[in-house]
Design a protein around this ligand. Structure first.
Ligand SMILES: Cc1ncc(COP(=O)(O)O)c(C=O)c1O
Length: 401
C-alpha cells in the first residue's frame, strides 16, 4: 500500500467540534435539547417571506438567477446591502465590499491573504474554533490571549507579545457578543487594539456576526468604525445569524487595495457565491423587511437569554457561574465543582442535552471546567428542561457514574 503524499498544511486541518456536532446530533434518535450549535431558532428564520420572494426572484421568469455571478457579488445584493448599512456602524462603500459564502469564507480569505507558515496570530482564549482552525490551516502559530467581561484584555497584549519575542501578523477578534463567551470589547479597548495593530503592523481580523443582535445595553461602535477605514482592519460579516445560516451569504469590508486580490483568491476557491441565495437576500433587504425582522429577533433573544439565566440560577446556581451577554447567541458557563465538561459530554447527550465543551474553543485545550450554551435556538420551556437535564448529567459526572 502506498502512503498518501499529503501536503504539510494538511496536518493543520483540525476541523471543528462545533460543526461536527451537527451530524452527531442528527444521528441521535432520542430527544435532545440542543444548546450546541450557534444557529438561529428555526422559527426565527423568515421562511414565509423568503418563500414568497423565491416565487418571483427565483421563479420561471428568472432563469438568469441560476447562472454564474460576479465574483465580488451580484450587483442587486451589493446595492441593497450598501443601503441597509448606511447610517450603521458598518456603513461602507462599493470599493471595500466583497460578497462571500458566509462569514467562514471571509475568514478564509483574510487568513489566506495575510498568514504565511509560522506567522504569529493572536486569538482570543476562548475563541471561535472555526476561526482559529482557519488560521491553523495556513500554518499559523497561535498565541492565546485572555478575555474578561469587557472582551479581549487588550492591555495584556504588549506583555504577551514581548514574551513571544515577535509581533503578531494578525490579531483575530470577535469583538461583539463574542463566540463563545458572549462578552463585548469596550470602546477603550477597541481604540487601543487599533493603536497596537498600527504599532506592530498587524492586521485585525474583525469578525462580528452578532453586532446587529444587541438586545440590551448601549451600542459600542464597530471596530471598523473605530478604525475609520484603517487598511489594517479586515471586517468579516454574515447574514447567517440575522437571516439564515443555510443561505451561506456574507460579506467582507476591507481596504479597496485588497479588492482585486480577494477576487483572485475567491476565483481560485469557488468562482462566486451561490447566486439564487444572493438574489433571495437582495430581495429580502430591498423589501425593507430586515429592520422589523431584527427588532423581532432582539425581543425574542432577550427573552430567551433571561429564560436561560433563570434556568441556570434555578438548577446550577450552587455549582456554576456564567456570563451576561447583551446580545448574540451564547452564554459561557464555568463549573466550580471540578467536573470536566469534555468528559461529561457523552453523559449529557445520554441525558438528552447537548452543549459544546470548553476545550473546543482553545487550540491548546484549555477550559475543561467550562461549556458554551446557545440560548437563541430553544424556547424557554425547552431551555428549562435542558438545564435540568444538564444538572442531572453533572451530578452523575461528579459521582463518577
Ligand atoms: C464568530 C463567528 N464567526 C464566523 C461565523 C461563521 O459564519 P457563517 O456561518 O456565515 O460562515 C460564526 C458562526 O457561528 C461565528 O460565530
Amino acid at each position: 500500500m502506498s502512503v498518501l503524499p499529503l501536503a504539510a498544511r494538511a496536518t493543520g486541518l483540525v476541523g471543528s467540534v462545533i460543526d461536527s456536532s451537527t451530524s452527531l446530533l442528527a444521528s441521535q434518535t432520542h430527544d435532545i435539547v440542543r444548546f450546541a450549535m450557534g444557529s438561529p431558532a428555526a422559527e426565527a428564520v423568515p421562511s414565509a417571506v423568503l418563500a414568497e420572494i423565491a416565487a418571483t426572484a427565483l421563479g420561471a421568469a428568472a432563469a438568469d438567477a441560476y447562472g454564474y455571478a460576479a465574483t465580488e457579488g451580484d450587483p442587486p445584493l451589493r446595492e441593497a446591502l450598501l443601503k441597509v448599512l448606511e447610517g450603521t456602524s458598518d456603513a461602507t462603500t462599493a470599493d471595500r465590499l466583497m460578497i462571500t459564502a458566509g462569514g467562514m469564507q471571509g475568514l478564509d480569505l483574510g487568513f489566506k491573504m495575510f498568514v504565511d507558515p509560522g506567522d504569529l496570530v493572536i486569538v482570543e482564549s476562548p475563541t471561535y474554533t472555526n476561526g482559529s482552525s482557519t488560521a491553523l490551516s495556513y500554518q499559523a502559530e497561535l498565541l492565546e490571549a485572555p478575555l474578561d467581561d469587557d472582551g479581549l484584555i487588550v492591555e495584556q497584549l504588549p506583555d504577551l507579545v514581548a514574551q513571544a519575542g515577535r509581533t503578531p501578523k494578525v490579531i483575530y477578534t470577535i469583538p461583539t457578543f463574542q463566540n463563545p463567551s458572549g462578552t463585548t470589547m469596550s470602546l477603550r479597548r477597541r481604540q487601543l487594539l487599533v493603536e497596537l495593530a498600527n504599532r506592530w503592523g498587524s492586521v485585525i481580523i474583525d469578525d462580528d456576526p452578532y453586532g446587529l443582535l444587541r438586545f440590551e445595553g448601549g451600542p459600542v461602535p464597530s471596530l471598523r468604525e473605530v478604525a475609520a477605514g484603517d487598511p489594517l482592519v479586515f471586517s468579516v460579516r454574515t447574514f447567517s445569524k440575522i437571516i439564515a445560516p443555510g443561505l451561506r451569504v456574507g460579506w467582507v469590508d476591507a481596504d479597496p487595495g485588497l479588492q482585486q486580490l480577494m477576487i483572485n483568491a475567491k476565483q481560485a476557491m469557488d468562482t462566486c457565491t451561490n447566486l439564487p441565495a444572493q438574489r433571495l437576500v437582495a430581495e429580502f433587504l430591498g423589501s425593507g423587511a430586515l429592520a422589523g425582522h431584527l427588532a423581532g429577533l432582539r425581543d425574542e433573544y432577550r427573552h430567551r437569554k433571561h429564560a436561560m439565566q433563570q434556568a441556570l440560577s434555578d438548577h446550577l446556581g450552587d455549582i456554576a457561574h456564567w456570563t451576561d451577554p447583551q446580545g448574540g447567541f451564547f452564554l459561557w458557563v464555568t463549573l466550580t465543582n471540578g467536573v470536566d465538561t469534555q468528559q461529561l459530554f457523552e453523559t449529557a447527550l445520554a441525558e438528552g442535552v447537548a452543549y459544546i465543551p470548553g476545550p473546543a474553543f482553545s487550540a491548546s485545550g484549555r477550559f475543561h471546567d467550562a461549556l458554551r450554551l446557545c440560548f437563541a435556538s430553544t424556547t424557554p420551556e425547552r431551555t428549562d428542561l435542558g438545564v435540568r437535564r444538564l444538572r442531572r448529567a453533572i451530578d452523575r459526572g461528579a459521582a463518577g457514574q
